[in-house]
Design a protein. Sequence first.
Length: 375
Amino acid sequence: MSVRVILRTGPAVFVHGSAMPKRSGTPVPSGAARLILACIVLVSGDAMVASAQTGTFVVTGRVTERGQDRPVPNAAVLLGEEHRAVTDSAGRFEIRGVRPGRYAFTVDAFGYRTAQTSITVFDDVEGAIQLDPEPVALDTIAVRPRQYDLRGRVLDAESGRSVPYVSIRAAGASTAATDAGTFRIRDLAGGQHTVIIEGFGWLPLRTVIDLEADTMMTFEVEPDPITERVIAAQIERITTRSASVGVSRRIIGRAEILDSQTGSPIDIIGSRGAVRFRDCIDPSDQERQLNVPMSSIRMCIATRGGITRPLVYIDDRQVCGLEFLHHYTNALLHHIEVFSDGRAIRAYTSQFIERLAADRVPLQPMAGIDAPRLC
């Protein structure tokens, strides 16, 4: 029997399981608990506004027994290492305050096989999780071998930089590296295990470890030269489009973002993009000037014309204010463009570049610096 996990989120579809063709970045778990993860992005105007205002998302779902539609109460739900929830009598759970990124996802309930996979959160996520029953013998004492934790960090073998968000699998369990390239797989039996590390832009790594205690290891992965050329072609498409606008621009590339010692994308834009940030003028005055509601926008830029509220785009979607960039780590971003000393700022995530390369999203035409929309 298998475990089926269906999570609905933003505009890409990722399926983990033996039925799909294998490619780099798509783990295929083995053993009794195969996981199928389908992510479908549903972006609405209301969801975009809510995300722009808070920068965090909500992960909800319902846990049921496979084939019975019977709710599983008191199931422990773990998202990453910080977010936890317990299902209610209807099998439902809710986790709030989830920042954008990729997380290990685990559901554990007494009498059922544990479900483990990883999910990427860039919008509110609603999931339906089905667990396979696992009989529990209450009149016997089960003696299990001692279990250990495998902790580690994934590095670029060429540059020594941390490699974020790649998938790591061992003994049927899977997780994803954090934005700092670190990971943890819990409760592995002692003995030899094959560790598999895969991700977009990297050659797959397979290595055998001998686990005799809680272990910390460093893994080095090699860039995939074919994928690097595909990524470079997408960046060229983006920069060619921006050049057609006919205004001054500064480009901040992936290496510059990762090498920056500043703490956030906004710091990088200020230091590398030569943008001077200022507090906005009185919101009511600015609202009348720009004809947009500005009550929640406090960060503006100084230009020759005075204090201006910049137009901000993430992955070709306009967001309401620079504040939204505070919720993205440097590791999430692949490319940044700063137009006219900061009057318009466009940031692109690594996930967007991957989807662009796979023709899952179009690159929208850009004529001039777009006018602000209502936020």
